[in-house]
Write a protein that binds this ligand. Structure first.
Ligand code: MAN
Length: 354
């Protein structure tokens, strides 16, 4: 049984946001990076947009040109295969293109339970490695600085890059930290045994395995190594892929990690259901899982989680601990942002020894 939700609230829908250009429409405001900044909760929301214009027989494929902004490549429908609503495959090259493009926008949320302001502060694609968009940020405060991992998508693949800020006004780009294909990178909030630690999710090209969670260490946050395999999904709700969700938080004896699992779809092109689970990693050696939830703690339940650009998706990306509960932030159906509140005792007692 998924956990009881003390609060279950839709925070943002695409219609709450202006498009960056008149000829584009916002189709998603989802998968937010989350942190407390000063005394309020802020989100870096992934805004997905696509061209409004339709030309019979063609599909519009948006792309950022460094220094020049958005452009649209029109491809004949019979030159592409539509894999899922998010991607097409160009027949001639066999390569994928996204049907939309994403950037990140800062949203202020006060006590974390509702939106106070959709700001103009944005992280837009800038480099060649970001031409198809920047997506799915995660925020970790280390010392006085906030580190943002985000997915950079381009013709060179799907990689994870790092940015840093002290004030959420200026962002310093620190470049790609995990090369393609790798996403769902989250940083631990403090050094462990002298090292920075990250969870990451390489995607294998040869299917000896499925996309699974790994752990890496670094002395400087930019060069990562000493990789250790962490988790490959053991239950029926996580047979397709697993990846880190919220940055880990320390809860007494270990690190609490809320992650996502996807059920392997039963036909090609379909997207299986995404749910959330939790694991507790050893405080001193986080490559050791102490306990894990066998069943998901959150499954797509509300209408906004069940129906959207991609149906049946609960994608946790942030956590804010309160006195007795946790606010868990999630992307819902690749369309909206939501927050749920879970009881701390109930969540921690749902973790079972592995
Ligand atoms: C997958 C999905 C999309 C995303 C692309 C590129 O297809 O997660 O939402 O745009 O990968 O990262």
């Amino acid at each position: 049984m998924p956990l009881k939700r003390q609060l279950d609230r839709l925070l943002l829908r695409p219609s709450h946001l202006p498009a960056s250009r008149d000829d584009f429409e916002v189709i998603g405001a989802f998968n937010p990076g989350v942190t407390k900044f000063g005394d309020e909760v802020v989100l870096l929301v992934r805004i997905a947009e696509r061209p409004k214009e339709q030309r019979p027989g063609f599909v519009p494929l948006p792309r950022w040109v460094p220094g020049d902004g958005l452009t649209i490549d029109w491809m004949a429908e019979d030159e592409v295969i539509q894999d899922d609503p998010r991607v097409v495959q160009v027949k001639k090259t066999g390569r994928s293109r996204l049907t939309y493009t994403s950037y990140l926008r800062l949203v202020r949320c006060g006590d974390g339970r509702s939106v106070r302001e959709v700001t103009d502060i944005q992280i837009k694609p800038e480099t060649e490695l970001e031409e198809f968009g920047v997506e799915d940020s995660r925020i970790t405060k280390i010392g006085d600085r906030y580190y943002i991992t985000y997915v950079a998508v381009s013709r060179y693949g799907v990689s994870t890059a790092l940015a840093a800020t002290n004030d959420f006004q200026q962002f310093e780009r620190l470049g790609v930290i995990f090369c393609p294909e790798n996403k769902d990178v989250v940083l631990f909030p403090e050094k462990i045994d002298g090292d920075y630690v990250a969870l990451h999710r390489p995607v294998p090209g040869t299917p000896f395995n499925r996309p699974e969670m790994w752990l890496a260490r670094s002395v400087d946050l930019t060069d990562w190594g000493r990789h250790r395999w962490l988790h490959g999904g053991g239950s029926d709700w996580e047979t397709g892929r697993v990846g880190a969700g919220a940055p880990p938080i320390l809860v007494g004896e270990g690190w609490l990690e809320i992650y996502h699992g996807n059920r392997k779809p039963n036909r090609p092109g379909a997207v299986g259901m995404y749910s959330a689970g939790a694991m507790l990693l050893d405080a001193e050696d986080p490559s050791r899982i102490l306990r894990r939830t066998r069943k998901p703690i959150l499954t797509p339940t509300t209408e906004f989680e069940r129906i959207g650009f991609v149906h049946d998706v609960v994608f946790p990306t942030g956590i804010v601990p309160l006195e007795d509960s946790y606010l868990v932030y999630l992307g819902a159906a690749d369309t909206c942002c939501a927050v749920v509140e879970l009881d701390q005792g109930e969540l921690l007692s749902s973790l079972e020894a592995v």
